[in-house]
Design a protein around this ligand. Structure first.
Ligand SMILES: [Zn+2]
Length: 309
């Protein structure tokens, strides 16, 4: 089974660059740190607020273009060893603006670095929903401006309850009218209503979507509209979205015919890899080889690049 998973060509669709910084890479960026102390910080991420805190701590070490480019280089080196052929990498453009970092040169450094890799990389620029509509609009405009440079989608992350998707419907319409796709974190820290709002907003995929399992009609709608869920098992178990990984509703999604993809979310923080996510899914839910192949194929079917909207 491990071999099958390792050999499967895979796509990563929900992967935050900032959350991919391994302790070793952070030490390269900040030699005052030790690997052990970074591991210790990552180990204590057991709630969404703790996650936000560690994410901000990482952001302070990503000072400018050179640091972002190094983060990407190390990430792509790792993905190559896992047989990942395609990645849609989320960059928190919202926090780049918030911290007054030079977005244009950071993005240029990232695209230059991506061009050196064998992996086909596309970008999702993401805003911080609890920073409010004006902030979200500014990031959306950046995403639209970079549509010709590999940006395929716009997304929102952050605190779902403090930034419900309905607050940004006009911005989502703006983005979609200009040909970009939409992916929205929903049903991770809030209920099914949050997933409904993401659908209403025109999301082509849903980040996590765990809470959708509590609403059979919503599952039917996701299946009917072929909106894929970006499932991140280890992340969900780590911050308590599900009590234990085995309690994740992934089997219910599959049974309801909802398109499912497997992803790492923030692989360094949650100490995981894409192959490990497949292995954990296979073991916890006794997935067959055919099901694993189907999930891997879904990663390509539901990618935003060159995919039908
Ligand atoms: Zn995420």
């Amino acid at each position: 089974m491990e071999r099958l998973i390792a050999e499967l060509p895979k796509a990563e669709l929900h992967l935050h660059l900032e959350g991919s910084l391994e302790p070793q890479t952070l030490c390269e960026l900040d030699p005052a740190l030790t690997v052990e102390e970074i591991r210790e910080r990552y180990r204590h991420v057991h709630s969404f607020p703790a996650f936000i805190e560690v994410f901000r701590w990482i952001l302070e070490r990503l000072r400018g273009p050179a640091e972002y480019a190094l983060a990407l280089r190390r990430l792509l080196e790792r993905l190559e060893t896992e047989n990942v052929a395609y990645a849609e990498i989320t960059v928190s453009a919202g926090t780049i603006l918030w911290q007054d970092k030079p977005f244009a040169s950071v993005f240029e450094a990232l695209t230059r670095e991506a061009a050196r890799s064998r992996i086909e990389v596309r970008w999702i620029l993401d805003a911080v929903r609890h920073f409010g509509p004006e902030h979200v609009r500014r990031v959306a405009e950046l995403a639209v401006e970079r549509a010709g440079d590999g940006v395929v989608a716009f997304g929102i992350g952050g605190d779902e309850s403090r930034g419900p998707a309905r607050r940004f419907y006009d911005t989502f319409r703006f983005v979609r009218e200009r040909g970009l796709h939409l992916t929205i974190h929903a049903g991770e820290t809030a209920g099914p209503e949050s997933v409904r709002q993401a659908l209403e907003a025109g999301a082509g995929r849903i980040g996590h979507g765990v809470a959708a399992a509590r609403d059979p009609e919503l599952l039917e709608e996701l299946a009917r509209r072929r909106v894929a869920l970006e499932v991140c098992l280890t992340s969900n178990a780590a911050i308590g979205v599900v009590p234990r990984l085995e309690d994740h509703p992934l089997p219910r999604f599959l049974a309801a015919g909802v398109p499912v993809t497997l992803n790492t979310d923030d692989p360094a923080i949650f100490s995981t890899t894409l192959n490990r996510e497949y292995e954990k899914a296979a073991v916890a839910f006794r997935l067959s080889a055919a099901q694993l192949r189907q999930i891997a194929a879904a990663g390509f079917v539901h990618r935003f690049h060159a995919g039908a909207r």
